[in-house]
Design a protein around this ligand. Structure first.
Ligand code: CTP
Ligand code: CA
Length: 229
C-alpha cells in the first residue's frame, strides 16, 4: 500500500487540496461552522508531498501543523476558499476538495455585535446558499486532463447517495465516508469507498487517514494523463 510513496509518482505534478471547515460570520464574534478537523486534508497534502508533488493546501480554520514542503494558503469562509482554490487550480494537475464547505451563510453580516434586548425574542437567522466550489471546478476545468476529486459524508444509503452526488458534482472521483456516531469527524481513522465516474468502486477499510490518502492518490495517479514534456 505504501508502494506509491516510494515511487514519487506525483513528481512534476501540482496538486491542490482543501482542508478544514469554513466559518460563515454572523457578527464580529459569531459564526456558523462545522466539526471538520482538517486531518484528512492534511494527510492528503503530506502524502502527496511525500510522493513528489508540489502541493497547495488551502486550509480553512485548522489548527494543525503545516506538513513539510507544502504551501499553505488560509481561507476562512466558503467564498474565500473558492477564490483560493480557483487561483491555485489554474495550473493544477489535480484538485481534491476535502474541506467541509458550509452550504449556507447568514444572509446578512452585522458589523456590530448582535445584542439581546429585554422582552424581545430574537429574529430568525436568514441564510443564503454558498457557491458549490467542487461543482464549479469540475465544470470549468483549468485544462484538459485535470483531475477533480470530491468528498461526501453520508448517512443512510451511503453508496446510492454517493453515486448520485458523484454524477451531480461532475467530478472524477468521490470519496464517500459514512458518518455519524463518532465516525470520521475529528477522528484519526477513516473508512471510505472511492467511487470513480468510470464506474470503479474501491473499498478502504477503517485505518489511519494517511492510508486512505495514499489510496486516493493511487486512484488519481492511475487517471492522470501522461506528462506532456
Ligand atoms: N463542496 C463544495 N462547495 C460547497 C459544498 C460542498 O465544494 N458549497 C464540496 C465538498 O468539499 C465536498 C463535496 O462538495 O468535496 C461534497 O460535499 P457535501 O456537503 O457532501 O455535498 P453537498 O452537495 O453540499 O450536498 P449535501 O446537501 O448532502 O450537503
Ligand atoms: Ca454540504
Amino acid at each position: 500500500l505504501q508502494r506509491g510513496a516510494l515511487e514519487r509518482d506525483l513528481a512534476g505534478r501540482h496538486v491542490v487540496v482543501s482542508a478544514g471547515g469554513t466559518r460563515e460570520p454572523l457578527d464580529p464574534v459569531r459564526f456558523l461552522g462545522n466539526r471538520s478537523s482538517g486531518k484528512q486534508g492534511y494527510a492528503l497534502a503530506a502524502t502527496a508531498a511525500a510522493r513528489g508533488a508540489r502541493v497547495t493546501l488551502v486550509a480553512a480554520n485548522t489548527e494543525l501543523p503545516a506538513p513539510a514542503g507544502v504551501d499553505v494558503v488560509r481561507a476562512g469562509t466558503a467564498r474565500q476558499l473558492r477564490e483560493a482554490v480557483l487561483r491555485a487550480a489554474e495550473d493544477a494537475d489535480a484538485v481534491v476538495m476535502a474541506a467541509a464547505v458550509a452550504d449556507f451563510r447568514p444572509a446578512e453580516y452585522a458589523s456590530g455585535k448582535i445584542k439581546k434586548v429585554d422582552g424581545i425574542e430574537p429574529a430568525p437567522i436568514a441564510l443564503v446558499r454558498n457557491p458549490d466550489i467542487l461543482a464549479e471546478v469540475a465544470a470549468d476545468r483549468a485544462h484538459d486532463g485535470q483531475l477533480v476529486v470530491g468528498f461526501a459524508a453520508e448517512t443512510d444509503d451511503v453508496l446510492a447517495n454517493g453515486r448520485a452526488k458523484l454524477a451531480r458534482k461532475g467530478c472524477d472521483l468521490l470519496v464517500v465516508n459514512e458518518v455519524g456516531d463518532g465516525k470520521a469527524f475529528g477522528q484519526d481513522t477513516n473508512s471510505a469507498v472511492l467511487l470513480g465516474a468510470d464506474g470503479t468502486e474501491v473499498h478502504i477499510a477503517d485505518g489511519p487517514k494517511d492510508i486512505l490518502a495514499d489510496a486516493i492518490w493511487d486512484q488519481v495517479v492511475a487517471r492522470l494523463p501522461r506528462h506532456s514534456a
